[in-house]
Design a protein around this ligand. Structure first.
Ligand code: FES
Length: 123
């Protein structure tokens, strides 16, 4: 999924630290999280049984736990931490007070560089 010039999905003030916000882009549910001032965007569908509840998940640092059965994911890489699977992750850009999604981000395995995907700055 690619958004030509970016897709505005929220205002920064709408995002509460550590609490998910559900947005819908081109029919796809995406969960936004603000963690220590940085914004992360992941697909809202849990790979386990495909419930769309991740925006209601529990955060512990950057680890998001699905409220349905407890599968957990790193919101930066999307990788499951206690099972096999991966969430979709999206490139986030902050422009002034607005949060944009630029594209779906496909991580390169083993490059160890996940910071490059999140262009948001601490606020
Ligand atoms: S649907 Fe998320 S852990 Fe089962």
């Amino acid at each position: 999924m690619m958004f030509a010039a970016g897709q505005k999905v929220a205002r920064l003030q709408d995002l509460l630290e550590g609490k998910g916000k559900l947005v819908c882009v081109d029919g796809e549910e995406i969960a936004l999280f603000k963690i220590e001032g940085k914004i992360f965007a992941v697909g809202n569908v849990c790979p386990h049984q495909h419930f769309s509840k991740l925006h209601e998940g529990i955060l512990n640092g950057k680890t998001l736990t699905c409220p349905m059965h407890g599968w957990s994911y790193d919101v930066e890489s999307g990788k499951a931490v206690n099972a096999d699977g991966r969430l979709k992750t999206f490139v986030v850009d902050i422009r002034g007070e607005d949060v944009f999604l630029l594209s779906e981000w496909t991580p390169l395995e083993n490059n160890g560089n996940v910071d490059a995907k999140n262009k948001s700055e601490s606020v």
